[in-house]
Write a protein that binds this ligand. Structure first.
Ligand code: ATP
Length: 235
């Protein structure tokens, strides 16, 4: 579904990604783990077209998306949930959700998806007229995921959905990610610092260090890899 081939991405003269390659097949949950500053967010932003790579290629369903406008990439079904949620605090829950669907023309489909996300997160239904900024951190993350679902993703890219949330809320969010993957057949690319939880959820994982992919393997094998256990799982 997604082929990332040797991308190098720069901030000015600084090369943040060095020939990064990864593959995601339809139906998978893939996680990208690594320390602070390893280049995880930059990888995700490169895929979304927000910080395009200077070299290498990114193919989605066989079509190169490098140089394509971010809204066109969203229309193709590649949708991100940004780090720090970035919901609109002065708009209601419902308005935030409607904004997620702004590129869609299938009004009936949008209504169905609105019902689906309200079922998925009943708390959002309860708070539909409340301003986004009044929600708790966990609820804002639910809203950010739901807003992305309103864009009808084929591949959902999540940037550190667990950031700053309590363990119980993280568990709830990760269970919902699994449900979205299974019920909606949405493929998931999960960027996480919480390596332990992410590898328990994912089918396969990539480990990033200093802008390079260091390991890639099944999630089970990464969970049992001594180097990964020591460096990322604190074991
Ligand atoms: P985090 O978990 O903190 O988000 P990360 O693994 O996602 O870390 P990136 O945010 O992708 O890492 O950062 C990769 C490198 O690029 C780091 O050295 C960072 O300092 C640098 N970097 C990130 N954003 C910018 C920017 N806007 N301008 C300049 N350098 C940047």
């Amino acid at each position: 579904m997604l082929k990332v081939r040797g991308i190098s991405t720069y901030y000015g003269n600084i090369e943040a990604l060095h020939a990064v390659s990864l593959d995601i097949a339809e139906g998978e949950i893939i996680t990208l783990i690594g320390a602070n500053g390893a280049g995880k967010t930059t990888t995700l932003m490169s895929i979304c077209g927000l910080t395009p790579p200077r070299s290498g290629d990114i193919e989605f369903h066989g079509q190169s998306v490098v140089g394509m406008k971010p809204d066109r990439i969203v229309q193709m079904g590649l949708v991100q949930v940004p780090e720090g949620r970035r919901i609109f605090p002065n708009m209601t829950v419902l308005e935030n959700l409607e904004l997620g669907a702004y590129l869609r023309r299938d009004r009936q489909g949008v209504r169905q998806d609105l019902d689906y996300v309200m079922d998925l997160f009943p708390i959002l239904a309860e708070r539909r007229t409340q301003m986004g900024g009044t929600l708790s951190g966990g609820e804002q993350q639910m809203l950010a995921i739901s807003r992305a679902l309103m864009a009808k993703p084929k591949l959902l890219l999540l940037d550190e959905p667990s950031l700053g949330l309590a363990p119980l809320v993280i568990k709830q969010i990760f269970e919902i990610i699994r449900k979205i993957n299974q019920e909606q057949e949405v493929t998931v690319f999960l960027v996480e610092q919480n390596a332990n939880q992410a590898l328990k959820l994912a089918h396969r994982g990539y480990v990033m260090e200093n802008g390079r992919i260091r390991f890639n393997d099944t999630a089970d094998r990464l969970l049992n890899n001594d180097l990964v256990r020591e460096a990322y799982l604190g074991l």
